[in-house]
Structures are given as structure tokens and as C-alpha cells.
Design a protein around this ligand. Structure first.
Ligand code: HSE
Length: 318
């Protein structure tokens, strides 16, 4: 069904999850983007921040993943409809929680829904990847795909259309902390080695295989241990997040089974054994940031199994 106006919710996501660099991510609850797409008379794509958005920094349209993804979606649909986007974020951009990917997925999906094409997942994915590329410089899908499909998603790093959901049979309790530190994904990628030894690559591949098995079998203890197993990427980025060691140690002391950077940071996430331990671990991570004089947002969260969806819609009337 075509629509005059659609508001969608696109969840944020954790990516990398230790050894899943550029290929594994999981959608989470509590963080994400509300994106409203509204038809307008003027034949143009325009956008503004919703006054309730928790982040509303000035951004050029060309650097706004929502704008770029929406424009790509219109082009891919061959549509010359005028569309206005209203963007409300619940986190900030550059957090490591796939906020730019949530914007891209939300905008592409909302524009598709205006045209009654919200089930065209392949086209939405490609438009969202066009948007995501504007901030990270790469078409990797480790945040876009969980935001689109929900749950854990594994994808080939250089071919995000080759993707699989990895279902976990038990509820996963998580805690997330976003220290108020700027980490640019592009810069965090520049710290990474261009070459690794065969032994290191084989070890990394085997850890990722074990991680997928832990998710599928619901072995949360093993999952917690594995998110801390990456030796290729995370150790090189840790210095970008000043309270990194303190956050990890505080989370572990309060019961977390494992702690790691989400994406390129500065956010870290913890795998927790129970719902209440997620709350305790979030408090411990908050206190660790405070000890370093770093503001943060810390929260218990869980897996969003659905991915992007329509929250409100007005049918097409003209
Ligand atoms: N996999 C990406 C990285 C996620 O770690 O650089 C950030 O977009």
C-alpha cells in the first residue's frame, strides 16, 4: 500500500562482537532512529532534525546517511516524488552503536514504504549501504544488516548481499556504555594492520566459527569469553577510549561474562548472565567512566529480533 506519510523505527546495533570484524552484528533495543518520511508538493528531497532528537548537530546533506540512503532509494525506485524526512535519534552519531546505519536503514525503508515497497529488502539494503558508505567509507554491512533484519546477522565482509541471520535460542542480556569521547570510524580504521600472518588469520577465523556456534546453541558463557578473544582489531583501538581498561575491569567484577568495543567505539558492550546483572554492569561501567571524569550514557539492553519496521502510517490519498 502506498502512503502519504510513514514513521519507522530502525534499531541501532552492536558490531564486530570480538572476532566478527566487518561481518557480524546484532540489533539492540533502546537505541535507534525514528524516521518520518512525508510526501511534499515540491519535487525535492529535504530533511530536518526532529526537535526531540537527542543528537542534532549541523550536518551537510551529503554527509547525512539518511539523506544519501533516501536519495539512493528514490533513484533505485525510479521515483521523482518530493519527500521530506524528519529524523529523531535516540543516541548520538559516532557512538559505535551503528547510529549512522540505523539512519540509513530507516530512511531507505521509510521511502520504500511511501511507495508501498517496504518488502523490497534487497533494494532497501543497497540504498542503506550507499548511505552508510558516506560515514565509514566502506560498504560493509555489519551494522546495516542487523538494523534491517533484526537479531544477529553474519555477512560476507566484501559482499554484504551474502548474508545470514544467526538465531540465538535464549534471551541475551546486555549492558552498553557510550563514553562521551569522539572516535571517528575512518580514523579507527586507519589504525588497523594491512597485513596479518596466516596463523593470526586462521586463529581469527576459528574464533568467529566458535562464536557463531555459541550464538546458535545459546551458550552465553562461551559467547562472553569469545567477545574478548579478538587479537587483531580491538587491541589497536583500545587506546582511543581512555577508560577502556577500567570499564572492562569494572564490568567483569560486577558479573559480566565478556566485554568488548562495539564497532570502532567509543561504546563498549557487556554480555551479562541475567537481566538484573545487566543493570548492575551498566552501573559499574558508568562509575568507571566517572572515575576518569568522562561523561557517559550506560544502560541495560537486549536483542531486537525484528529490525526496521513501520511505527505509524497514513495511507496515500491523492
Ligand atoms: N566494522 C566496523 C569497524 C564498524 O569496526 O570499523 C564501524 O562502522
Amino acid at each position: 500500500m502506498m502512503h502519504d506519510e510513514v514513521t519507522v523505527w530502525a534499531p541501532a546495533s552492536l558490531s564486530n562482537l570480538g572476532p566478527g570484524f566487518d561481518c557480524l552484528g546484532v540489533a539492540i533495543t533502546d537505541f535507534g532512529d525514528h524516521i518520518q518520511a512525508r510526501r511534499q508538493e515540491r519535487s525535492a528531497l529535504t530533511w530536518e532534525w526532529d526537535p526531540q532528537s537527542s543528537w542534532s548537530a549541523p550536518v551537510r546533506s551529503e554527509d547525512n546517511t539518511a539523506f544519501v540512503a533516501a536519495r539512493s532509494m528514490l533513484e533505485r525506485l525510479g521515483s521523482n516524488a518530493g519527500v521530506h524526512l524528519l529524523i529523531r535519534k535516540t543516541g548520538r552519531a559516532g557512538s559505535g552503536l551503528g547510529s549512522s546505519a540505523a539512519s540509513a536503514v530507516g530512511a531507505a525503508f521509510a521511502v520504500a514504504a511511501l511507495h508501498g515497497k517496504e518488502s523490497e529488502t534487497d533494494v532497501i539494503r543497497e540504498a542503506a549501504l550507499d548511505g552508510e558508505q558516506t560515514t565509514s567509507g566502506a560498504r560493509h554491512g555489519d551494522n546495516v544488516l542487523p538494523s534491517l533484519h533484526g537479531g544477529f546477522v553474519l555477512a560476507q565482509s566484501d559482499r554484504p548481499e551474502h548474508t545470514r541471520r544467526v538465531d540465538c535460542p535464549v534471551p541475551l542480556h546486555l549492558a552498553v556504555v557510550i563514553p562521551a569521547i569522539d572516535v571517528l570510524t575512518r580514523e579507527a580504521r586507519e589504525l588497523l594492520p594491512e597485513h596479518v600472518t596466516l596463523a593470526a588469520a586462521v586463529r581469527h577465523a576459528s574464533l568467529l566459527g566458535l562464536m557463531i556456534h555459541a550464538i546458535r546453541s545459546g551458550n552465553i558463557e562461551e559467547l562472553g569469553a569469545l567477545v574478548m578473544s579478538d587479537e587483531l582489531i580491538e587491541p589497536r583501538r583500545a587506546a582511543l577510549v581512555v577508560p577502556y581498561e577500567s570499564i572492562r575491569s569494572a564490568a567483569r567484577k560486577s558479573g559480566a561474562l565478556g566485554v568488548a568495543l562495539s564497532g570502532s567505539g567509543p561504546a563498549l558492550f557487556a554480555v551479562c548472565p541475567t537481566l538484573s546483572s545487566g543493570v548492575d554492569v551498566a552501573a559499574a561501567m558508568r562509575a568507571a567512566c566517572a572515575d576518569h571524569g568522562v561523561d557517559c550514557l550506560a544502560k541495560a539492553t537486549s536483542v531486537d529480533p525484528i529490525g526496521v519496521r513501520i511505527a505509524e502510517a497514513t495511507p496515500f490519498t491523492r
